[in-house]
Design a protein around this ligand. Structure first.
Ligand code: GRF
Length: 227
């Protein structure tokens, strides 16, 4: 098959816990026909996640599965797997989903679960990473889309975007700068998958037919000159 002409929309299941702005970016990319995909179901572990409203507004089926009702992480994941399979999902998208996945989900969808993280992995894995980047004095941060594996924020990297960190930044201002780029790179990562262009080799993701960034596209902060 020609990698870039897969005619079939990719069937997505999106897992959320909160505001769902990344979900919205994916809905919008599909709406603009930039992304050939169909969101079959949005599942939240929290009934009050605003992303559920975004999904319903877009006419997407939603489900709330409260993790607290399950005796173990594995039991919760078994329910997720059942629902995602029933919805015929091909790729699972974690979009601000605040639960760690067990081997039950990982085995059910090997190399078919993506996540996004608001830092330049492998720097700053975990939580509250925008504040961590500021506190550390990093001059750049960014965001990373990766395939989920057993480790936390540890899987093969698909795409990253870099943003500068300013001396005046607060956690909120840096988070907003990063989030704007998350909304660009997540739909692109899904598009590359839909086109059959992602191949995982060990830690590396080979992106078939990818252009290389233009030469000289180097970011230096603070700049080398004052004007
Ligand atoms: C994003 O910053 C994402 O990187 C992280 O959780 C946040 C989710 O935001 N995993 P939203 O729910 O998509 O608005």
């Amino acid at each position: 098959m020609n990698a870039t002409t897969n005619p079939d929309p990719l069937k997505l299941g999106v897992l959320i816990s909160g505001s769902g702005t990344n979900l919205q970016a994916i809905i919008d990319a599909i709406g603009r026909r930039e992304l050939k995909a169909e969101i079959r179901v949005v599942i939240s572990n929290r009934a009050d996640a605003y992303g559920l409203i975004r999904a319903r507004d877009a006419g997407i089926r939603t489900l709330v599965i409260d993790h607290r009702r399950f005796e173990s992480r594995e039991a919760f994941d078994r329910r997720l797997v059942a629902e995602l399979r029933a919805a015929d999902v091909e790729l699972v998208i974690l979009a601000g989903f605040m639960r760690l996945l067990s081997h039950v989900m990982l085995r059910a969808f090997p190399n078919r679960i993506m996540n996004i993280h608001p830092a330049l992995l492998p720097s700053f894995p975990g939580l509250h990473v925008q504040k961590a980047a500021i506190d550390y004095g990093a001059r750049f941060s960014g965001c990373t889309v990766f395939f989920v594996t057993e480790g936390v924020d540890d899987g093969p990297i698909i795409i990253q975007a870099v943003v500068p960190v300013y001396g005046s930044d607060t956690e909120d201002s840096l988070s907003a700068r990063i989030l704007a780029q998350e909304h660009r790179i997540y739909p692109r990562a899904i598009e590359l998958f839909q086109q059959g262009r992602l191949e995982i080799k060990g830690r590396q993701v080979i992106v078939k037919d990818a252009r290389t960034p233009p030469g000289g596209q180097v970011l230096i902060n603070p700049p080398l000159t004052d004007s």
